[in-house]
Design a protein around this ligand. Sequence first.
Ligand code: MTE
Ligand code: MO
Length: 346
Amino acid sequence: MSSDDLEIIGFDPLNAETPQSRLAESITPPESVYVRTNFGVPRLDADHHEIQIDGAVAAPFAIDVSELRQMPRISYANTMECAGNDRLSMRPVPRGEPWKGGAISTTSWTGVPLRDVLARASIADDAVEILVEGADCGERADADGKGPVRFARALPIADALAPQTLLALEMNGAPLTPVHGAPVRLVVPGWYGMASVKWVTRLSVLTTPYAGYFQTRRYVYKQGALIEPVRRMRVKSIIVAPADGVVANMGTLRVWGWAWSGDGTIERVEVAAGDGAWQPATLDARTSSHSWVRWQREITLERPGRLVLRSRAIDSSGAAQPDVAAWNELGYGNNAIQATIIDVRR
Ligand SMILES: Nc1nc2c(c(=O)[nH]1)N[C@H]1C(S)=C(S)[C@@H](COP(=O)(O)O)O[C@H]1N2
Ligand SMILES: [Mo]
């Protein structure tokens, strides 16, 4: 891992962004996939690692990684964004990791659908959520109880049983690396990254909603007494080129970038130059329903001087990117329209 591969936000716990230059790739190079950890990185032995399956099931059991590798597997490309991405451009800047815009990557995942593993346990009819526990834990000053808090998240049963919710063993065609959850992690397409629990040790079937620290104290849109869980990725787009600060000659310029949404598919992307009208961009053919889609638009640069370029995406649920995303105490879900500023020369 060279220093250009990731932009380090913090070393302990390790948090690092995908550099803006690497966001030009449709599949993020593995060494540049953003890293988000709340605690240390557990080093688990793939040859002996087991996942326990228990709770409201007919038959609790354990499955090891070598057994998972024998089961039918699926692969797909998926865009994962941290809910705290672009927190730094909220005002006032909320507490939490100071992410700029690089807490997002697109990777291909290979693994066993979670529902195929759960099917072996016969889930109770009144199950409401699947609790997924990671191997990592640590102290939290604001936790309710005493002692270490484990990274654990519960997923609504419908999302847990969705055909593409994976126990992933590989990223970009290679076994998971320690920072990305080796030997096995959950991948929940469409959801912000926190749902995709790394270093999975236990799956527990719940008949009442889970209220653990990382479910109710973090990953919630909080504004005073208002608390709403963070779930799917809000519709968003980024401009990849031209990069901020580029000097461009008058004439035509191709503007391109990515758009994604966890609430539906991208229906439209529009581009605005200066105070001009929104102009429709063309979208590339979609390769995976969970992956960001490339858009582009040629614009005409008519005058020298500074020019603000903006893109806005609209998804199939009808949601559009807002000018300003609703501020919340923990700084999640910032999908506001972004500006790229270029310098036009004669
Ligand atoms: N066990 C565990 N899983 C975890 C986390 C964590 O701290 N511990 N962080 C989550 C968050 S907030 C995000 S955004 C994604 C990031 O995955 P990545 O580091 O592989 O990019 O992992 C999620 N899974
Ligand atoms: Mo995250």
